[in-house]
Design a protein around this ligand. Structure first.
Ligand code: MG
Length: 179
């Protein structure tokens, strides 16, 4: 094998990709507040076609983006009745399988929820564990944190909750030919 071929092979075997995700859902009375698969007691909940799990949606978009597989709107359109009230963790499992089939494995996820209330930190560990389980990875590869916006804007005024996520993928060695 020539040196240039070896370099190309090493590059393919060690390739990594990053992706970002962002989502927003409106807060409404009479809806459950489900964030990272945790049902949090609160007078307001998130409005959406599925369970409106804003955190899991941002994570899914980060993964799809890193693998260049479009976005959740393409894979799970809200015009499709089969996704009505869907458990977003189930959708995340489907995304993880898709990412894997495309020749990638998940290195880590970092995610941030932007909400004025309620306090989310008591639930970070459960959220990370739920997401990791859905994705089929160790919990220590998933970081969940939160911030407020000092009462500014739609998150600060408790009109909605936003979430951001980044994902890092690395090449799966056994699938080099598929990618
Ligand atoms: Mg969403």
């Amino acid at each position: 094998m020539e040196a240039s071929q070896v370099i190309k092979l090493v590059q393919r075997l060690t390739e990594m990709r990053t992706g970002i995700g962002f989502d927003v859902h409106q807060l409404k009375e009479g809806r459950p507040l489900i964030v990272g698969g945790v049902h949090i007691p609160h007078p307001l909940g998130l409005l959406g076609h599925s369970d409106a799990d804003v955190l899991v949606h941002a994570v899914m978009d980060a993964l799809l983006g890193a693998a260049k597989l479009a976005d959740i709107g393409v894979h799970f359109p809200d015009s499709d009745p089969q996704w009505k009230d869907a458990n977003s963790l189930h959708l995340a499992s489907a995304v993880a399988k898709l990412v894997e089939r495309t020749g990638w494995e998940i290195v880590n996820i970092d995610a941030l929820v932007v909400a004025q209330r309620p306090k989310l930190s008591p639930h970070f560990k459960s959220m990370a564990a739920n997401i990791a389980q859905a994705l089929g990875i160790e919990a220590q590869r998933v970081s969940v944190k939160a911030t407020t916006t000092e009462r500014l804007g739609f998150c600060g005024q408790e009109e909605g909750v936003a979430a951001l996520a980044s994902a890092l993928l690395r090449a799966r060695l056994q699938d080099q030919e598929e990618r």
